[in-house]
Design a protein around this ligand. Structure first.
Ligand code: SRM
Ligand code: SF4
Length: 576
């Protein structure tokens, strides 16, 4: 149990807290010296303090890690570049916005768009001199990058299910409203990126929810619509599980305290699943969400950042304390949670007809990278479709894309454009590949220890052969790879998860729930591909022979004794 006194941050003197707390407090509401850093022609970087502040503006300073040693050898500064993340609640993007972002990716970034595991876009390889143009361009299309990173409310995610059109629209607009409600209020963004005059000087009204020091750490909300758990609701800090009565939305079960991040060799850190604490009506969502954030604001650990996520605040004090604190802040009790059932956490690929007669096509985009390659003209194809499409583009948290709301008369034309650009039907890919996710990792991510996006496709090919030879080539196993322990692909909830330890070396996790309901357990440490395949091959063969009807791989490895079930994140690090 952590020392509770240090968690109660708000009244603590700043010098007793993590240095980032002072940085935030002294940043003049996230302005810092970002404006000056952008103008400094001597370096491609921003100042060290500003690297931490620009995250709140949706920007990460990175350097091209493929070039790092060569630049060092030549005594040059690292090849600095920036990653920019868009705020796109619910993953909803209009075709014109797609066209604008596509153009900006080619003009200001590395010519690709990256769909993330929180259903938004990232631009990579942006040079300092192009940052402002890019961000203005994003704002011109009606989007922004505010709070896409930093110690604040990150992208609010939402199940992609446009076929349930009325309810989907309702939940999506709640996701949008929540994102707007929780976005930070300082005018720093408009001043720095859009050259607006400073207008607000009264500090007290600047951040009514957050105050000067914002949140202790990143904070994530999500909305899931059973039976689909595509957003992995239990990994969110706060999740809202939609409860329907007939065709109407009755409200949401509230789930709190999930998170994936952990650190190798630090057993006090662990992934955790959120717990359902009650039910609220749709019109209470913003209030519930805000009050939960204020609990984390007031009680989250501001001394140790590795212990600062809300999962630790809840685990240290207990879920009953948390519910009580929430109900006190709400001034009422939560209703009893309602029944619900999830079936899977993947996407529904191909064409699906909605309840209003419109069609929706979900395309498989391997690891979310949108670019043209050989005869697979993904970027050009999606550009061509966006130029004609009158519905939406919906980004999924499995890094895919749904071309939504296609009128029946337009379906054939979309199919023709997909075909002309070599964009294959998702059924062309194995169920295994369609259930795989990799985080970005090398060459852009500064924290990567091993390859992920650039390597998982090859590993999947090898696993496909094993599955095919075992006679289960059409089956799905949820496989996720992260290039380090941070878990951006949510590997600790996969049936087979990998996290990078060193180039070519991974930890392997087994036994996550097929619909995201159970954590996996560490199985192998720091092993290479040969060792991974040597272990997985006999396991997959045995699974093919001995599985019970409908038994998912994650359940089988527990029943067969390869790993013990993890019932609570606090037992994740216990080898069993
Ligand atoms: Fe993540 C940090 C990429 C989803 C947990 N994540 C990073 C950074 C920004 C590295 C850094 O801090 O310098 C990565 C940038 C890589 C790059 O070059 O683009 C990065 N995270 C991503 C993305 C792009 C992975 C992807 O391939 O799609 C996802 C962007 C999401 C978005 O649009 O907002 C992404 N990250 C996640 C998720 C999954 C989720 O939220 O559903 C998690 C696990 C859930 C959670 O938060 O617990 C996640 N990222 C982390 C962590 C560990 C947090 C922790 O509690 O310890 C870090 C490191 C940190 O915050 O210190 C991190
Ligand atoms: Fe980078 Fe690690 Fe996240 Fe992968 S899991 S994107 S390597 S921080």
């Amino acid at each position: 149990m952590t020392d509770n006194k240090r968690s109660r941050d708000i009244s603590q003197p700043l010098e007793n807290l993590h240095p980032d707390e002072r940085l935030k407090a002294e940043s003049d509401y996230l302005r810092g010296t970002i404006g000056e850093s952008l103008l400094d022609p001597i370096t491609g970087a921003v100042s060290e303090r500003d690297t931490r502040l620009i995250k709140f503006h949706g920007i990460y300073q990175q350097d091209d890690r493929d070039l790092r040693s060569e630049r060092r050898r030549q005594k040059l500064e690292p090849a600095y570049q920036f990653m920019i993340r868009v705020r796109l609640p619910g993953g909803v993007c209009r075709p014109q916005q797609w066209l604008d972002l596509d153009r900006l990716a080619r003009e200001c970034a590395n010519g690709t768009l990256r769909i993330t595991t929180r259903q938004t876009f990232q631009f990579h390889g942006v040079l300092k001199r192009d940052l402002k143009t890019l961000i203005r361009g994003i704002c011109d299309t009606g989007l922004d990058t505010k709070a896409a990173c930093g110690d604040d409310t990150r992208g609010v995610v939402c199940t992609v299910n446009p076929w349930w059109s009325q309810v989907h629209a309702e939940i999506c607009s709640l996701a949008q409203a929540l994102s707007d409600h929780m976005a930070w209020q300082s005018h720093a963004y408009d001043e720095i990126w859009l050259d607006r005059e400073r207008t607000v000087t009264d500090d007290d009204v600047v951040e009514p929810i957050y105050g000067r020091t914002y949140l202790p750490r990143k904070f994530k909300y999500g909305f899931a619509v059973p039976p689909v758990n595509d957003i992995d609701i239990y990994t969110q800090d706060v999740g809202f599980i939609a409860i329907a009565e007939g065709d109407e939305l009755a409200g949401f079960n509230v789930c709190a305290g999930g998170g994936m991040g952990r650190t190798d060799n630090e057993p006090a850190t662990y992934p955790q699943l959120g717990r359902v604490i009650g039910f609220c009506r749709a019109d209470q969502v913003l209030d519930v969400a805000e009050k939960i954030a204020t609990i984390q604001r007031d009680y989250g650990d501001r001394v140790e950042r590795s212990h600062a996520r809300m999962k630790y605040t809840i685990d240290d004090r207990g879920i009953d304390w948390f519910r009580g604190e929430l109900e006190q802040r709400l001034g009422r009790t939560l209703e009893t949670a309602r029944e619900y059932r999830f079936e899977h956490n993947g996407d529904r690929y191909g064409w699906v007809r909605g309840d209003d007669g419109n069609w929706h096509y979900t395309l498989f985009i391997e690891n979310g990278r949108v670019r043209d390659r050989d005869d697979h003209l993904l970027m050009s194809g999606l550009r061509a479709i966006a130029a004609e499409h009158e519905g939406d583009y919906l980004l999924t948290t499995n890094q895919n894309l749904t071309i939504a709301n296609v009128a029946p008369a337009k379906r054939e034309r979309i199919e023709q454009l997909l075909h002309e650009h070599g964009l294959r039907d998702p059924a062309h890919y194995s169920a295994l590949r369609r259930s795989s996710i990799a985080c970005v990792a090398f060459p852009t991510c500064g924290l990567a220890m091993a390859e992920s996006e650039r390597y998982l496709p090859d590993l999947v090919t090898k696993l496909e052969t094993i599955m095919h030879d075992a006679g289960i080539g059409n089956d799905s196993i949820v496989v996720r790879m992260s290039g380090c322990n941070n878990g951006c692909s949510r590997p600790y909830i996969a049936e087979i998860g990998f996290s990078g330890r060193a180039p070519g070396k991974y930890n392997v996790y087994l036994g996550g729930g097929h619909h995201g309901q159970r954590l996996a357990r560490p199985y192998l440490d720091n092993v290479d591909e040969r060792t991974i395949l040597d272990h997985l091959e006999p396991m997959i063969r045995r699974y093919a022979k001995e599985r019970q009807a409908g038994e998912p791989f994650g359940d089988f490895v527990i029943r067969a004794g390869y790993v013990a079930e993890v019932r609570d994140g606090r037992e994740f690090n216990v080898r069993a």
